[in-house]
Design a binder for this molecule. Structure first.
Ligand SMILES: Nc1ncnc2c1ncn2[C@@H]1O[C@H](COP(=O)(O)OP(=O)(O)OP(=O)(O)O)[C@@H](O)[C@H]1O
Ligand SMILES: [Mg+2]
Length: 238
């Protein structure tokens, strides 16, 4: 990575009540880069993303986005700066159609970030194009996952936080999701994704950070992690 990263997280700590979950997470996402945050169940992946978005009351450490300290900002301000967050539990508006769901996410174009329209998103997610008039509540989990991502893109983020994008998807849909993420990277988007599925992470990410018990245990190129069997065995389900 050269120059100042787009997102830099340093010494990030987080608590749920008295439970100390993140014990000082360090990671950085460069411009145009895809970083996979990988780790087992309960390692702290989702907590890291929530803490970056300002969704946790109890946290410490620094989060810098585009060189600006955002660690004291509320979630909606962080989102408005250009970070799109797709949580683990996909949240579509069940009573709204696909088209209407996309409109809910619409924000003005953002300099330096790809500009999305429903037509561009339908080209990226062809199965959404086929069901523009369908209500969110009548879509499969995988389709809702894609719709949530597409709606987030309507906000024209420069950085995407994707919490386990491949989770619960049928194999064919996993493939489509991987292709979509590669296309997003080709558009210049930077992505931080969390994954337990190492094959999926390997197919889309440039670098990996391995988290275990709220601490980063490995950070390096995705290929290096693929070769490091000892790290995979110690910190990941292999
Ligand atoms: N709302 C909560 N209240 C208390 N503890 C929580 C809460 N959410 C998560 N935890 C705990 O924090 C730890 C980290 O959870 P987190 O959800 O960040 O893990 P994860 O890496 O995203 O796991 P998964 O792969 O299962 O999604 C776990 O021990 C979990 O039990
Ligand atoms: Mg999680």
């Amino acid at each position: 990575m050269t120059g100042e990263p787009l997102l830099r997280v340093q010494g990030l700590q987080a608590w749920y009540g008295r439970a100390h979950i993140l014990a000082g997470v360090d990671l950085a996402v460069g411009r145009g880069e895809v970083l996979a945050l990988v780790g087992r169940n309960g390692a702290g992946k989702s907590t890291t993303m929530k803490a970056v978005m300002g969704l946790l009351d109890a946290r410490a450490g620094s989060v810098t986005f585009e060189g600006r300290d955002v660690s004291a900002l509320p979630p909606h301000r962080i989102a408005r700066l250009g970070i799109g967050y797709v949580p683990e539990d996909r949240r579509v508006f069940t009573e709204l159609t696909v088209e209407e769901n996309l409109e809910v996410g619409r924000q003005p174009p953002r300099p330096g970030a790809p500009h999305w329209t429903p037509e561009k998103l339908y080209a990226l997610f062809p199965n959404l194009a086929e069901m523009r008039g369908r209500r969110g509540g009548r879509m499969s989990g995988g389709e809702q996952q894609m719709l949530t991502l597409a709606r987030t893109l309507m906000g024209n983020p420069s950085l995407l936080l994707l919490d386990e994008p491949s989770e619960g998807l049928a194999p064919r849909i996993v493939q489509q999701m991987a292709e979509a993420l590669r296309a997003l990277k080709a558009e210049g988007l930077s992505i931080l994704l969390s994954e337990q599925n190492l094959a999926f992470a390997g197919a889309v990410a440039d670098r990996a950070s391995v988290i275990e018990k709220g601490v980063i245990r490995f950070d390096g190129p995705m290929q290096a992690l693929m070769k490091e069997e000892s790290i995979r065995r110690a910190y990941l389900a292999v």
